[in-house]
Write a protein that binds this ligand. Structure first.
Ligand code: IMP
Ligand code: MG
Length: 377
């Protein structure tokens, strides 16, 4: 971990990985530059290190030129881009390749497109080392992307935080305050939803119920929702990748939460691995999985009661309920093992008053908070 000004940053992309990403960008561009002598237009300041490495790896004739733009203040985009040094050579009739260190909101890119419109270039391509898809608000073409990253501030390899950090040979990511991310397990009727509602208030967590996320995406006809619907309409299971992308969008919408409660996901070991990957991408981790345990006969009585009130057909038929339990047992058992190996599995007695059960869950969560506080010191 490093400190720049008042903030802490953790290692994110190694020098080796940067080298590989830059090499691949240079190779891909060269392949498309048949017979051309491109003018590389490097966008200062951030791109100086990327430009230096990129042109060394570009195996062919080329020219190098610079423009200087600025839009950031500290770790926040200001929304206005200042042109500090403009294009100072004729680019008319040339193949111009813009070299950007990072594209975030796209404000800078928009200015670059405007700037070059006047230049009557023959061809324009945009190469960026980093791209933050969640932050990007424009409909502008980016031809080559080195690495897509989450919407999180990074420094190093030319990128700065208030001018510090540009000289670092690897990339660091702004340290996230410690979150508490939980997975709630439990058979139908175990009280996951009820408990999640109490816990999210008590600990400022965001409750992500896969069922709700699905319904939201389908109702609002998001791209992922439409995709999911094609599978559902064909009577097929929605692939994990689609579900995880929906969860990713949900996580990225709620980055100011103190943590997340995942409910209804993961259901299989493959999904647990996918969730771990998502958490790692976001610079987070699953801290604990908590299973609400209750005897099948107790749950059946609860569900039959609930079915009478809610009218949910799948809660009114004992046979169907037992089938859902069997499925749970088959799929969740290996999942329990997966989390036990990581020392993250907790089991809670799910029989008692709602308050009693919240109390039991809180004990587990409070112990995680205590550990986090210790780690932050
Ligand atoms: P945009 O105009 O929002 O696309 O931002 C582009 C400029 O903002 C980049 O050229 C950087 O100078 C700066 N920037 C955006 N994200 C980061 C970051 O994570 N670290 C450092 N600088 C950034
Ligand atoms: Mg830049």
């Amino acid at each position: 971990m490093i400190k720049l000004h008042d903030k802490y940053f953790v290692p994110y992309v190694t020098a080796t990985e940067l080298d590989e990403v830059v090499s691949e960008l240079a190779r891909n561009l060269k392949r498309d530059m048949e017979g051309e002598v491109p003018v590389f237009l490097s966008v200062l300041n951030g791109s100086f290190m990327f430009t230096s490495d990129f042109v060394k790896k570009y195996d062919g004739d080329c020219e190098v030129s610079f423009i200087k733009l600025a839009s950031y203040c500290g770790t926040e985009s200001t929304g206005t881009v200042k042109e500090l040094v403009g294009v100072n050579q004729s680019l008319k009739g040339r193949s111009v390749v813009v070299l950007e260190d990072i594209i975030d909101s796209g404000n800078t890119l928009e200015v670059i497109y405007d700037l070059l419109k006047k230049e009557k270039v023959k061809d324009l391509k945009i190469v960026t080392l980093f791209f933050k898809p969640v932050a990007f608000t424009k409909k502008l073409k980016i031809d080559y992307i080195g690495k897509e990253i989450p919407n999180r501030f990074i420094v190093g390899y030319g990128l700065d935080y208030d001018e510090l950090g540009r000289n670092l040979p690897e990339v660091y990511q702004l340290k996230r305050k410690k979150m508490i991310n939980l997975v709630l397990f439990g058979k139908p009727g175990a009280g996951k939803g009820t408990q999640a509602n109490f816990l999210k208030e008590k600990y400022s967590l965001k409750h992500i119920s896969t069922g709700d996320v699905f319904r939201f995406n389908i109702k609002n006809e998001t791209e992922l929702g439409k995709l999911a619907k094609t599978y559902i309409d064909n009577g097929e299971l929605v692939p994990d990748e689609v579900t995880i992308n929906m969860l990713k969008a949900e996580v990225e919408k709620n980055l100011d939460a103190a943590g997340f409660i995942f409910d209804g996901f993961p259901r299989t070991t493959a999904q647990a691995k996918a969730l771990d990957e998502l958490m790692q991408y976001e610079g987070m981790q699953v801290d604990a999985t908590i299973a609400l345990e209750a005897d099948d006969e107790v749950l059946i009585q609860r569900l039959l009661e609930r079915g009478k009130v809610s009218g949910r057909s799948d809660d009114q038929d004992e046979e169907k309920i037992r089938n859902r339990f069997t499925e749970y047992n088959e799929k969740t058992a290996p999942l329990t093992e997966y989390y036990k190996k990581q020392n993250k599995f907790h089991s809670i007695n799910g029989v008692g008053t709602i308050e009693d059960i919240t109390e039991r869950l809180s004990k587990v969560i409070d112990s995680l908070v205590a550990v986090n506080t210790m780690k932050d010191k």
